[in-house]
Design a protein around this ligand. Structure first.
Ligand SMILES: [Zn+2]
Ligand SMILES: [Zn+2]
Length: 327
């Protein structure tokens, strides 16, 4: 008879790995965000009001007419909240420098510019002309932002969103304001665009920018190809082969058609958004990112497998493509 003793089974204690501790707790960040929003609101800053309006009106609209199934609390939401509250301010500050420089440089030639007669026109005449000038220059500035590596470093921040919604349009590096101001500023100054027209132009451009990023399945039907839509701009953010560097126009896709960069297929919808390069999460990190050498850049956020359902065509696409791989 065997006398071998039965060894009691080894007890293995499994310990679930503790969730990584955030250096700053969530509640503190949220509280800071609320205080900041309230302070900006009382300071007369429209961004805070836009934030409230966006969640109260635009988010329900997106739930009703959504293009992609995605949560409201998506990755990068907090970063985009800070962009909405702070980047506009910072962009205005960046815009002042080129406008002041151009004003000083252009003073000697102003008597020969059409400024006087243009300024005497009514707002209803000034605004469409100024919009056309801004749109034409904006198209080429945007195209340069995609083609010149130095400018792309700043513009890549805007393209780093992997899910689009009304708030994602706020993700803009403040220096983009300086780039656009350096080009559009002299043209509008020489033209004699007044402050009221500039205000209308700024408001319309901002409002349309919000709509273009909304997660909605809206098109313009017979106006497609003439006036921009969310689908048109979503293709601009897509990370599909053959669809990158397309649709640069803000309002008038006819410019893309004229210059060979138009892409709006009837039977397809973009499903993957983002860029093929690392981009850190967090407002400050994104603002600092273009100035950092690659070796010093902070690691990119982990890439989730994306799954999206196209409610326009009814097709579903599962993808482990990393549109923003951290290679
Ligand atoms: Zn772009
Ligand atoms: Zn965009």
């Amino acid at each position: 008879m065997s006398t071998a003793t039965l060894e009691p089974p080894a007890v293995v204690w499994y310990r679930h790995p503790a969730p990584p501790k955030r250096r700053v707790p969530n509640w503190l960040i949220t509280a800071a965000l609320v205080v900041l929003a309230v302070a900006l609101f009382f300071a007369g800053v429209g961004a805070a009001g836009g934030l409230v309006l966006g969640f109260a009106v635009l988010t329900p609209i997106e739930r009703l007419f959504r293009r992609h199934e995605q949560r409201v609390r998506r990755p990068g939401l907090r970063t985009d909240l800070f962009h909405l509250l702070l980047s506009g301010f910072a962009a205005t500050a960046c815009l002042i420098v080129p406008v002041v420089i151009w004003t000083v440089l252009l003073i000697p030639v102003m008597p020969f510019a059409p400024a006087t007669w243009f300024a005497s026109l009514s707002l209803w005449v000034q605004a469409p002309i100024a919009l056309l000038v801004q749109e034409f220059l904006g198209y080429w500035v945007h195209r340069l932002q995609h083609g010149v590596p130095f400018l792309w470093r700043f513009h890549a921040v805007h393209h780093s969103s992997q899910q689009l919604d009304w708030l994602s349009g706020a993700r803009l590096h403040p220096m983009e304001g300086a780039v656009i101001g350096a080009v559009a500023g002299p043209a509008l100054l020489l033209l004699g665009v007044g402050p009221a027209t500039l205000g209308v132009l700024g408001a319309v451009t901002s409002a349309w920018g919000v709509l273009l990023h909304m997660n909605v399945r809206w098109r313009m039907r017979w106006l497609d190809g003439i006036w921009s839509s969310p689908d048109f701009h979503h293709w601009h953010h897509s990370n599909h082969d053959g669809a990158r560097n397309r649709n640069f126009a803000g309002f008038l896709p006819i410019l893309d058609r004229l210059f060979g960069t138009y892409h709006l297929p009837w039977d397809e919808r973009p499903t993957v958004y983002g860029i093929n390069e690392p981009m850190p999460d967090g407002w400050w990190w994104q603002v600092a990112h273009p100035f950092r050498r690659p070796a010093l850049a902070v690691p990119a956020v982990a890439e989730p497998t994306s799954f999206s359902v196209d409610r326009g065509t009814g097709s579903a696409a599962a993808s482990d493509v990393s549109p923003c791989s951290s290679a």
